[in-house]
Design a protein around this ligand. Sequence first.
Ligand code: AMP
Length: 209
Amino acid sequence: MRIIIFGPPGAGKGTLSKSLVKEFNIPQISTGDLLRQSIKVLDEIGKEAKPYMDAGQLVPDHLAIKLLKQRLTDSDTKKGFILDGFPRTQKQADELEHITHIDHVLNLKCSKAVIIGRVKNRRICLNCHAIFHLINMPPKQEGICDQCGGQIIQRDDDNPTTIEKRLGNYKEQTETLISYYNKKGILRDIEAEGNIDGIIKVAISILSK
Ligand code: AMP
């Protein structure tokens, strides 16, 4: 099963993806995580991507496409995968069409007010990319990941100025992809303002039909 999850930053794509990984036993591929990893080890992609990410802009298409293509050569993706954060532009969607076939697109719908509240309190593990929320899903020990003991940080781009820019980018560049996949008949909207367990249930029932 090959799935794309759409939604503005903070809509819950990462958290939903991680549950679907367990449910369907296929990997989550987050180009944001892959980019953060490249930045952490300061490889060529990381060096080129960092200024764009720090500014809340999309990185150039060729970087995101290269990372995705590399990841899709791994054997764990053969049975399927969940794309979280890719494609984000029409160019990326066109490229994806050449690489593989997509079965389902889930579109998480969420208002700006809810997004800002979620992003402000979001924390991630630097090591395993687990996602926490300081109020709704805090780590048991402050600053330490429950799952791997790694360091929990606030993402550099999860600040009020950058989040405004990222929301703007989403509207401008990524929202058009929703109608693109809708026309293909494979897109389903999910109301994503409520409790995450409810959102996961709806997603699993759509994907299991
Ligand atoms: P995310 O973790 O999905 O919120 O992505 C964080 C940041 O990584 C984005 O704001 C972009 O700067 C960059 N990014 C992630 N995926 C892509 C992509 N497919 N195309 C371009 N930029 C991306």
